[in-house]
Design a protein around this ligand. Structure first.
Ligand code: FAD
Length: 386
């Protein structure tokens, strides 16, 4: 049995890597356990880019969190001398009453964020690659952009290790238990003890969190296309990130060309099949590519060139599409985190701060009302021996 840790963190993906960094920075004796070698492409944090934006259409309560996340992304960039956060500007496009546009405007107004509203003609005049429906409008915010997920995970882990964290890769956690005296975590190699535990398991939430939450893991496909024409207009001085809600209620999103890979990345937002980490189908089928090409043809025809590559990834969704972050309802020395529902990565830097606060102090000054683990009903606590 290995003892002597203040906190064990299970899962070193987007959230866990930021957490071990935060804990190590505060002088905690930390052990991080990861089943693969991060950054890897079997969870939710790969694909070279994740959108970051401030005028948050999902709910205004996210805005203070994302503002703090920007500061912390800049901090880890400085500490590791790596570029992680790229500001390209961002367009939220859709019908005027769509959540994508009206929700973004609501958050921007509530928090005094800078933004512009563009009509369809103005969108096309300013960003000629984009062909919105005549009735569409867009909220443009200059401070949106993207974060590089693999670089972010590496940077957080690198700093955590420099600050003394023990990081064990290729060591899957098989079980954990918690008592008033502390926690025990059993891996494929041994059993560890610590005062407290943080679990940030991504798509493995159902297996590890011991919470009766209706998590639904959803397969997502990412596409990288070679532009047909006007390659120069796809770079980030001409094209911002965008989330585009079409008249039929479909949302797709994309990035400028230089978001870390060959080709130009585009994907549907929340349009996948239910899966598990064990059953996810990694094949991308011709009918899926055809569907994406139909939307490209209508909205960004110059991007409808050769398909260069694809990737699959997993969302971990909950019914209200907010995050799950908090102390475990049955075990106060265990902190749980499932900040996904398809929009969590931009917050990873601040989620690390929150999870470290909760693990060390049992509370945080950040607002977590939306994210309570026990909000889904009566049966959230499983018995202590489960
Ligand atoms: C295709 C796609 C696009 C997205 N786009 C955006 C976006 O544009 N903007 C945005 O903000 N968010 C976006 N998201 C959401 C964001 O990427 C996720 O919220 C985030 O990656 C979740 O991080 P995580 O740490 O919870 O999961 P992960 O990064 O997957 O980390 C969980 C880790 O736990 C490990 N683990 C699990 N079980 C065990 C075990 N038993 N033992 C040891 N280790 C274990 C896993 O191996 C994994 O490394 C997107 C997600 C996807 C899939």
């Amino acid at each position: 049995m290995a003892t002597g840790f203040d906190v064990i963190v299970i899962g070193l993906g987007g959230m866990g890597s930021a957490t071990v960094y935060q804990l190590a920075q505060r002088g905690q004796r930390v052990l991080g356990l990861e089943q693969f070698t991060p950054p890897h492409n079997r969870g939710s944090s790969h694909g070279k880019s994740r959108i970051i934006r401030q005028a948050y259409f999902e709910h205004p309560s996210y805005v203070p969190l994302v503002l703090r996340a920007y500061q912390l992304w800049q901090q880890i960039e400085q500490e590791t001398n790596q570029k992680i956060l790229f500001l390209t500007g961002g367009l939220m496009i859709g019908p005027p009453k769509s959540t994508t546009v009206s929700g973004s405007q609501r958050s921007a107004q509530k928090h005094g964020l800078d933004y512009e509203i563009l009509d369809a003609q103005q969108i096309h005049a300013r960003f000629p690659l984009l062909h919105p429906d005549p009735s569409a409008i867009a909220l443009f915010e200059a401070k949106a952009g993207f974060v590089r997920p693999e670089a972010a995970i590496c940077a957080h882990l690198q700093r955590a290790a420099q600050l003394g964290a023990a990081l064990h890769f290729e060591e899957p956690v098989l079980s954990w238990c918690a008592t008033d005296q502390g926690v025990q975590v059993t891996t494929a190699k041994t059993t560890y003890e610590a005062a407290r535990l943080v679990i940030a398991p991504g798509a493995w939430a159902t297996q590890l969190l011991k919470l009766d939450i209706p998590f639904v893991v959803e397969r997502q496909v990412l596409y990288w296309f070679e532009p047909l024409r006007h390659r120069e207009l796809f770079d980030c001085t001409h094209l911002p990130i965008y989330i585009w809600e079409t008249g039929d209620g479909v949302q797709f999103y994309g990035f400028p060309a230089d978001a870390g890979s060959e080709g130009v990345k585009i994907a549907f937002f929340r349009a996948g099949e239910v899966c598990t980490p064990e059953t996810i189908d990694r094949t991308v089928y011709p009918h899926e590519i055809e569907t994406m090409r139909r939307y490209l043809d209508q909205h960004i025809p110059d991007l409808n060139g050769q398909l260069l590559s694809t990737a699959t990834c997993m969302y971990t969704n909950v019914p209200d599409e907010h995050f799950v972050i908090g102390l475990h309802p049955a075990y106060p020395n265990v902190t749980v985190a499932s900040p996904c529902s398809g929009h969590g990565f931009k917050f990873a830097s601040v989620v690390g701060e929150i999870l470290a606060d909760l693990a060390i102090n049992g509370h945080t000054h950040h607002p977590l009302e939306l994210f309570k683990p026990d909000r889904f009903g009566q049966n959230t606590n499983l018995p202590a021996n489960s």
